[in-house]
Design a protein around this ligand. Structure first.
Ligand code: GLU
Length: 279
């Protein structure tokens, strides 16, 4: 068994991260497997080396260990480009020049307060830039690239499925074109995307069990679809409960009050933190 914890170095780790990391670690150790760490820093406008250093500190303090060197997504652009080339050559991507305002205008949701339809990747793209014939020639580099969902689905021999051992059932849309849409796989500012990078890297690290919060359960079908298109194995998924604050709200990066470092500074032990999250 190989599990991983994949934080983004954009803020302090909080109790929710402690739960996720300890659970992934404990599951691997219980099976004599390996727990890996991966730094998800493709958003260079938000990632900071200080936060990365604090991630190592917090996880070490919790008593976790992992093989080094640690995979850092900002070092992995070649692998993401190779995956994007593969999808482009298969005619599954197209350039998109729409900004958010264009998309909302095309969706014709002018009424204030009326939310446009969303899926696991946010607002469902109305298809403005989708070509009727797959683009040819070299892959454009400084524009967003979307997945042609209808074409991608045509490539599948069997329906999307995965094994789920967590607190939520497997989630697979009946109509991914209408319920997920043509998602962005290469953002103009990053050259990649969360979905593409996470899929490529879980395969590269040989992850057998993806352990992460239930908030990502709905996006898993996108990852399985990409695994199929890129000929990568599909790991098992374990989407765990989310740690909430006193008001039942899920913890976010800005919830400094729940930062692991704060509990440590207050003299709490790693055991106390494990107990707080129910481990
Ligand atoms: N980097 C993501 C986050 O910090 C986690 C991605 C994942 O576990 O798949 O929320």
């Amino acid at each position: 068994m190989r599990t991983r914890f994949a934080p983004s170095p954009t803020g302090p780790l909080h109790l929710g991260h402690a739960y996720s990391a300890c659970l992934a670690h404990d599951m691997a150790v219980a099976e004599g497997g390996t727990f890996l760490l991966r730094i998800e820093d493709i958003d260079q406008s938000r990632a900071r080396p200080e936060w990365e250093a604090k991630i190592y500190d917090d996880l070490h303090w919790l008593g976790l260990g992992w093989p080094t060197p640690v995979m850092r997504q900002s070092d992995r652009m070649d692998a993401y480009n190779a995956a994007l080339d593969q999808l482009w050559d298969a005619g599954l991507l197209y350039p998109c020049h729409c900004n958010r305002r264009d998309i909302l205008a095309a969706l014709d949701t002018p009424q204030e307060g009326v939310e446009p339809p969303t899926g696991p990747d946010g607002v469902i793209y109305p298809g403005t830039c989708r070509p009727s014939i797959a683009p040819t020639g070299p892959r454009p580099k400084d524009t967003a690239l979307r997945l042609n969902m209808a074409r991608a689905l045509e490539c599948l021999d069997t329906p999307i499925t995965y094994s789920e051992t967590g607190t939520v059932p497997m989630i697979v849309s009946a109509n991914p074109l209408a319920e997920i849409g043509d998602i962005v796989l290469a953002r103009r500012d990053m050259g990649t995307s969360y979905h593409l990078s996470v899929t490529v890297d879980d395969a590269e690290q040989g992850i057998t069990h993806v352990v992460r919060g239930a908030d990502l359960a709905e996006a898993t079908q996108i990852h399985v679809l990409l695994q199929r298109l890129l000929n990568l194995p599909t790991p098992a998924y374990h989407h765990h409960k989310l740690i909430r604050d006193e008001n039942g709200k899920r913890l976010a990066k800005r919830d400094d009050a729940k930062a692991i470092a704060l509990y440590r500074d207050q003299g709490k032990s790693p055991r106390d933190v494990r107990q707080l999250v129910g481990l």
